[in-house]
Design a protein around this ligand. Structure first.
Ligand code: SF4
Length: 269
């Protein structure tokens, strides 16, 4: 009989990092993987190295055979969105499923007990997802504590206000995150902007962010209005917040802004 494999997929986000730390001594034969789209922030790669140092093992880097730009060509230059999410399938799920093959696998997923979302994960019959944080009732403050005590800490990009891992141009990012990307890494913002081309199939121009192009979004008055709106929402949360820490207030506000709470778990947890 084929032996059961234990696989934990790291996204570069805080929850999967905390799960890796949490499981290190519970499942010694865990295989850690990271599906690299090659469009991640450098900070994500640095964070992975930090996690590896803590775990004392190397994380398997999985690369889609052909990168984002190849698949963009295959899809006729149609950039992905939450309704056309070919990127997750081709760049994250396929490499993961190829790595697993037909072996029976327990796939450890970092969904927390205070989250209520299903997400986008592999449904191959040989892959059984398990949710240790949900089983053990661990919530956001527990995850932050695990990261703090381990010394691994939060992902570095959270310092400049980005809430998610994954591709720097991910369409799931909020308007305020686009503003922060523009201010922190203008070169990456420009690269993302260059993808917003006319789609020959329909003559439409698809945009990363809902209802506006990155060219429109980067106008100083537009960036200021996004910042003002974000601050207004944060203040409203603080007023309503029931003894929340500032970090929790921030985190809640970020999540409320999310366009779709079913962002692929493999990309962002
Ligand atoms: S991070 Fe976003 S853009 Fe990148 S593969 Fe995942 S859903 Fe697609």
């Amino acid at each position: 009989m084929t032996k059961m494999r234990h696989v934990l997929s790291l996204s570069g986000g805080k929850d999967s990092a905390a799960l890796a730390i949490y499981m290190r001594d519970r499942v010694p034969n865990m295989e850690y993987i990271f599906s690299d789209t090659r469009k991640e922030l450098n900070e994500t790669y640095e964070y992975l190295e930090r996690i590896e140092d803590y775990l004392g093992v190397r994380v398997n880097r999985l690369n889609a055979e052909l990168g984002f730009d190849h698949w963009l060509d295959v899809y006729g230059g149609m950039i992905p969105s939450n309704h056309r999410r070919w990127c997750t399938k081709m760049l994250k799920l396929k490499p993961f499923e190829n790595f697993i093959g037909e072996d029976p696998v327990l796939n450890y997923v970092g969904l927390r007990a205070d989250e209520n979302r299903s997400g986008y994960i592999s449904h191959k019959p040989n892959i059984t997802p398990v949710y240790p944080f949900q089983e053990d009732g661990l919530k956001l403050p527990d995850i932050e504590e695990i990261l703090r005590v381990s010394g691994v800490g939060m992902p570095p990009y959270t310092k400049w206000g980005r809430s998610r891992s994954g591709c720097f141009f991910c369409f799931y990012q909020q308007k305020i995150e686009w503003v922060r990307l523009k201010e922190t890494y203008p070169d990456l913002y420009d690269q993302a902007k260059a993808y917003e081309q006319v789609y020959e199939g329909s003559g439409n121009t698809f945009t990363w962010s809902e209802r506006e192009s990155l060219e429109e979004l980067e106008r100083p008055e537009r960036m200021q209005s996004i910042k003002d709106e974000h601050r207004r929402r944060q203040l409203a949360k603080e007023v309503r917040g029931d003894n929340l820490t500032l970090e929790q207030v921030f985190s809640r506000a970020e999540r409320t802004d999310e366009a779709d709470d079913e962002a692929c778990l493999i990309c962002t947890l």
